[in-house]
Ligand binder design. Structure first.
Ligand code: SF4
Length: 463
């Protein structure tokens, strides 16, 4: 039997999916710290293994069940060594599958949806006592409250996420998020401002506000007035040390005048916006229940560009939505060309159980989806190369975040969110410096610090 220090417990959190889940996993680790758990990087040796799952990608639930198969062996090996290994499933698959996970996977001790993380420490105690627990109630506001209590010191990081909103009321016909994350709930402004101040005090210079529908955020400001995201961004930019702000992901119908004006007036708001459209065809947009037309989207892009001419736009596209014709797909290609995206994510449509589009009889054959996706991605890649190429021989302000993979290399982010690789001392990490862009790679930029910037970094390093 292994010798173990009884009071020292370890948790391994494996995160799938989006930035919201990355953020949630950090908060889960924070919450579990109060229950005496310290994080470790691998499942071996953990007293608790928690899978923070994502339901967006195809076969998400199957992937979780196959991972649970591996964890069953780990749990059995632990039991042979006299160690209790608890297995928990969190995130959107937990929310969607609920007690089905408990039924199919006897090795699972706890299933917990995203709105119940504030109860994790107590539920873990119940699970450790032998109870198999399922907690998938919707109470997002309580979850936010738990995050407020458990915010950890993340010193050393220069860019961080900050969740401001959860859930979605839009019900696009292909998407599971309204079912797995629940209705739109905004975190109170005071709590957001207070977390931002804490992060700034820890040395964070860039904050990315997160929400499934982040621009649906609404709240009461400290001045007693009703605020939207634009006003919140103004207030965040006033916090000393908060030099850069971003937000993701936005819905067209929540992009109001105040938020557009913030792109013009708030220097800290970086010139980058992820604004999914999904399709360029009005017929498909209506079938997707996107609540706007192609013309609405293009008008909005014009307004945003008028407010912030150097903005880099990113998009999301689904090809092969049920009933999509060649003409519909041609409209998607044409909107990509018309908008000129700096980057975009594109996926083949795949049915999600429980969503209206999944039951449609006019599903597009996979071969056609594959062919359309390849054509779309060629166009998107060409747009991304053109955008990156247009940065060459220009100077960009880069926030350096970490060491690169090669010795002597440091990586930062341009205002347009592209990674920028520079040969420099690690002492520049945390600084925002002008970098001349010399070359472009597939997804990143390569640049050099000016002589003056290098001298400044050297002085700061020895100060
Ligand atoms: S806006 Fe549509 S795609 Fe986005 S989370 Fe809501 S339902 Fe899903």
């Amino acid at each position: 039997m292994k010798t173990r220090i009884p009071e020292l417990k370890r948790v391994h959190v494996k995160t799938y999916g989006c930035q919201m889940n990355v953020y949630d996993s950090e908060r889960i680790v924070d919450a579990l710290a109060s229950a005496g758990y310290a994080p470790i990087d691998q499942p071996e040796g953990a007293d608790l293994v928690l899978l923070n799952t994502c339901h967006i990608r195809e076969k998400a639930a199957e992937k979780v069940y196959s991972e649970l198969g591996r964890l069953r062996r780990l749990k059995e090996a632990g039991a042979r060594d006299g160690q209790q290994v608890l297995v928990a499933v969190a995130g959107c698959v937990a929310q969607a599958e609920g007690s089905e996970i408990i039924r199919r996977a006897p090795q699972v001790d706890l299933v917990i949806g995203p709105q119940a993380y504030q109860r994790l420490p107590e539920l873990i105690v119940e699970a450790a006592a032998g109870k198999r627990v399922v907690e998938t109630e919707f109470a997002a506001a309580e979850k936010f409250a738990a995050f407020d209590r458990t915010a950890a010191d993340r010193s050393g990081r220069v860019a961080a996420f900050l969740t401001v909103q959860e859930g979605c009321d839009k019900f696009c016909t292909f998407c599971v998020v309204p079912y797995t994350r629940g209705a739109e709930v905004s975190r109170p402004a005071e709590a957001i401002l207070s977390e931002a101040r804490r992060r700034a005090a820890e040395g964070v210079r860039e904050l990315t506000l997160l929400g499934q529908n982040v621009n649906a955020w609404r709240g009461k400001g400290p001045d007693g007035r009703s605020w939207g995201l634009g006003r919140l961004l103004v207030a965040l930019a006033e916090i000393p040390g908060v030099d850069r702000l971003r937000y993701t992901t936005s819905h067209v119908s929540d992009m109001d005048e105040e938020l557009i004006a913030a792109h013009r007036d708030v220097d800290a708001l970086m010139p980058y916006l992820h604004l999914p459209v999904q399709s360029g065809s009005d017929r498909v947009l209506a079938a997707m229940n996107r609540r706007h037309s192609r013309a609405d989207y293009l008008r909005l892009v014009d307004k945003i560009r008028a407010a912030r001419p150097d903005i880099a736009l990113a998009g999301d596209f689904i090809v092969g939505f049920p009933g999509e014709t060649d003409e519909d797909f041609a409209a998607t290609l044409s909107i990509v060309a018309e908008v000129g995206y700096a980057s975009a994510f594109s996926f083949r449509y795949s049915p999600r159980p429980g969503t209206p589009a999944a039951t449609r009889a006019d599903q597009v054959p996979e071969t056609i989806k594959a062919e359309r996706l390849a054509r779309l991605q060629d166009l998107i890649d060409a747009g991304q190369r053109a955008f990156n190429q247009s940065r060459v021989d220009r100077v960009a302000e880069v926030l350096f975040e970490r060491k690169g993979r090669h010795p002597g290399q440091v990586v930062g982010r341009s205002p347009w969110l592209s990674p920028v690789h520079v040969e420099a001392e690690a002492s520049v990490i945390g600084a925002i410096m002008p970098v001349r862009i010399d070359a472009v790679g597939a997804n990143s930029l390569f640049g050099s610090l000016s002589g003056q910037a290098r001298r400044r970094a050297a002085v700061e390093a020895t100060a």
